[in-house]
Ligand binder design. Structure first.
Ligand code: TYD
Length: 206
């Protein structure tokens, strides 16, 4: 049985995570691997209910409650989707994981990166991906991409420019702290070039 592998994609809103995750899925499948494509929040049925609350609830949600909702989604997702797939020897390709919580809730919402990371690690019994791809993009360029998409903003996308600048800085610090897990790529490069660099990194694991 092939070894299971867990790859997560991180980056600000509009950095191209989903496009790259789909290209990587196609490449892994061409190589004969089984792939589970998933995301947080919302990778399970319970998670889809939580996603609806954290992204679209109209009233106030306190920062700690928001962090706990993301952690609850994550806990159930890892236990019921991610870990079983890895145990079956499959490749999990996932949009967002705990680094999103550390950057958005820990840094941008000011709850404290270390506390939020500990919360997520408690929720998932310490689960960490093999590879985390950070698509780094200037928040101004990301906003232009989102505007061009013409979709209504969710609660987090609607935050001010300063919030997104803090998210970006936090991600870059996380990547500097864990160079073995992170692959940082300039999200303004051509799509094909980014995809090929991601494949190079993943190929060394499979
Ligand atoms: P995402 O699914 O990437 O949104 P979209 O499909 O619209 O691109 O992420 C939803 C939002 O949730 C995004 O703004 C980041 C935020 N988020 C957090 O704040 N904390 C978290 O732990 C996660 C997983 C996401």
């Amino acid at each position: 049985m092939p070894r299971g592998l867990w790859i997560t994609f991180e980056g600000g809103d509009g950095s191209g995570k989903t496009t790259q995750a789909e290209l990587l899925r196609a490449w892994c499948e061409q190589r004969g691997r089984r792939v589970v494509r998933t995301r947080e929040p919302g990778g399970t049925e319970v998670g889809r209910t939580i996603r609806e609350i954290v992204l679209h609830h109209r009233g106030d949600i306190g920062a700690r409650a928001e962090a706990l909702l993301f952690a609850a989604d994550r806990s159930h997702h890892v236990r019921t989707v991610v870990s079983p797939a890895i145990e079956r020897g499959e490749i999990v390709i996932q949009d967002r994981y705990l680094d999103s919580s550390v950057a958005y809730q820990g840094a941008a919402r000011d709850l404290g990166p270390d506390e939020v990371r500990e919360l997520s690690l408690w929720a998932t019994e310490g689960a960490l991906p093999d590879v985390t791809v950070l698509l780094d993009l200037d928040p101004g360029a990301a906003r232009a991409r989102l505007d061009a998409d013409d979709k209504p903003f969710d609660r987090l996308e609607a935050e001010k420019a300063d919030f997104h600048a803090r998210v970006r800085d936090a991600y870059l610090r996380l990547a500097a702290d864990e160079p073995g897990r992170f692959l940082v790529l300039d999200a303004s490069l051509p799509v094909d070039e980014i995809a090929s660099r991601i494949r190079d990194r993943v190929a060394s694991h499979i």
